[in-house]
Design a protein around this ligand. Structure first.
Ligand code: TMP
Length: 208
């Protein structure tokens, strides 16, 4: 059976990755691809409930380990219910965030040990990774102010600037370690230019 393509968008807050994910999804559909647009945390009914728990600013008492386990709980359900069936039928699956976010936010941001992350990842995803990851990179101040401009203030966004800088640094280190999979895109460019760069990187893969 022909397998599909699994693709993720990653980045800190305010990079425009959700907009770019949607633009790519719409373009692939126009071109006749069986494309699926989904997100983490979320993507399923259970995942959306977990998302509410994770992002509510009321849950300040949440421990880093609880947070980590909830992100993986959402991911396990997402894989079983949405991602794996779609990839197996040959679809192009676009997810707005996946495990790279957990490494950047929970390990680099919160300080969870990488070996713990890898153990859980082996259980929850069996090490499944996207075929290609588009990492939209932007400086932290610009990203946060873009999001505050649209009144987006969830529990993680309310973290201090140092946290967000560690997260960005985490993403950049991942990109440096895995340049074949993780493609860095300058998110300070015009939306149209970012869209073109995304498309250049993706069309080769989905058409092959
Ligand atoms: P979003 O705002 O891009 O939808 O993402 C929701 C928030 O969850 C965002 O602040 C990043 C955070 N997050 C993690 O901390 N770990 C994860 O594994 C994922 C998927 C998201």
């Amino acid at each position: 059976m022909k397998k599909g393509v699994f693709l993720s968008f990653e980045g800190i807050e305010g990079t425009g990755k959700s907009t770019q994910a949607r633009l790519l999804f719409e373009l692939l559909r126009e071109k006749g691809f069986d494309a699926v647009l989904t997100e983490e945390p979320g993507g399923t009914k259970i995942g959306r409930k977990i998302r509410e728990i994770l992002l509510s600013p009321d849950h300040q008492e949440m421990t880093p380990l609880t947070e980590l386990l909830l992100y993986f709980a959402s991911r396990t359900q997402h894989l079983a219910q949405v991602i794996i069936p779609a990839v197996n039928r040959g679809a192009v699956v676009i997810t707005d965030r996946f495990t790279d976010s957990t490494i950047a936010y929970q390990c680099y941001g919160r300080g969870i040990a990488l070996h713990l992350l890898h153990s859980l990842d082996n259980i929850a995803t069996e090490g499944m990774q996207p075929d290609i990851t588009l990492l939209l990179d932007l400086d932290v101040e610009t990203g946060l102010s873009r999001n505050r401009g649209i009144n987006k203030t969830d529990r993680l966004e309310l973290e201090d600037i140092g946290f967000h800088k560690r997260v960005r640094n985490g993403f950049l280190e991942l990109a440096a370690q895995q340049p074949e999979r993780i493609k860095l895109i300058d998110a300070s460019l015009e939306k149209e230019e970012v869209r073109k760069r995304v498309l250049d990187l993706v069309l080769d893969i989905v058409s092959s």
